[in-house]
Design a binder for this molecule. Sequence first.
Ligand code: F0G
Length: 468
Amino acid sequence: MLEIKKKGVLMKTIIEPFKIKMVESIKMTTREQREEIIKKAGYNLFLINAEDIIIDLLTDSGTAAMSDLQWSGIMHGDESYAGARSYHRFFNKVQELTGFKHIIPTHQGRAAERILFEILAQKGKYIPSNTHFDTTRANIEYNGAEAVDLVIDEAKDPNSLHPFKGNIDLEKLENFIKEKGAENIPVCMLTITNNSGGGQPVSLENIRGAKEICLKYDIPLFLDACRFAENSYFIKMREPGYQDWSCRKIAQKIFSYADGCTMSAKKDALVNIGGFLAMNDDDLGLQARNVLIVTEGFPTYGGLAGRDLEAIAQGLDEVLDEDYLHYRIRTVEYMGERLDKMGVPYLKPTGGHALYLDAKAFAPHIPLEQFPGQAIAVALYIAGGIRSCEIGGIMFGKNDPETGTYIPPMLELVRLAFPRRVYTQSHFDYVLEVIEEVYQNRDQLKGFRFTYEAPMLRHFTAQFEMVD
Ligand code: F0G
């Protein structure tokens, strides 16, 4: 699929840099069976049993395949309540990578967010970011503060090829701080990579720029670091001056500009559960540990078992293996190249953990209020048993409270997120064939309307019928 010169050898195919020691069967279904299954689920892919899915691309979170070394770490996890050996291994690994003084294990990313914002986010406060992920935004708003997205304008154009489409707009950030007053901004966040914006990376120059502005106004800078390794690899590939740096060194440089981070270990720590909150500030560290004890657990295990801490420590090493990162990012890029050949519209350039189909361009005949993204996601399931995720009108659309008129979100996307180390080249080729079939028959796609809609986070439980 690609010719690269690496370590003096000309390689045409980027192979998965791992062997398979344990397998999990996939249950095959027929098109007729899937038509029945999805109809019964009210055309909501969240409501289908996982065993009725052939290729599950719902999320890259908590779905990684762990390595032999992670599993053996699990067997010698120390389950002592306080001061466990596994905690020290976890602490040392995270500290070596991030340099932060206080490292607090949590059961997943949003638990770290909840603790941080319970302390920092109150009514009248504003928290800017490139783009807040949904759970981050929800935790900020739950505590009464306002979450503000200040990503660069290029991020809003699905065809812009800007290499760092996850960047925060530094001018907007500084103006925002001046407008609202630094005293009302307890923290500034950067999501690396920017998940809600398409898994797009943030450049080191941009992180440094954000830090300089934050320093000037005495505002701490925190990273939402879930996909820090993928972001580091993009910097190595795309940002001048870093080609000879190891991804580990780039990652350490990224963290050196921050005052703390939240982390969902379910992404770039290659585990099925876990996370952490880290920072340098002693007072914040103390407060966070106090909240942790009340809601998650003792500070040396957070909401986790000792074995989970072992798996995270090992995963943080493995994720920075450059053969792994090369294969990982190249997989998404390869999918994009094949879609280009088929003429299928998607969010460009390809990001780190997922491919996002551009539903407005894919099915322009379906009005936005009939959710073209959902039409494509359902069709991918029926055609090939693929589970993807609509990130468009169902997730983010709103109705005007006065007129009831539908207000669509900026982008109408279908995300195909890739679990780490789970699927092989032929699985990905299969996914491409299914997308091609759906695209060739796109004129027959039909929209959807709600038959049940919950008042909040409606996408999880909604029921639909097809519009004829
Ligand atoms: N931040 C980002 C950027 C995320 O992508 C996620 C989760 C979280 C925070 C929350 O972490 O799930 O461990 O509590 N993203 C998943 C996804 C759910 O599918 O994109 P968590």
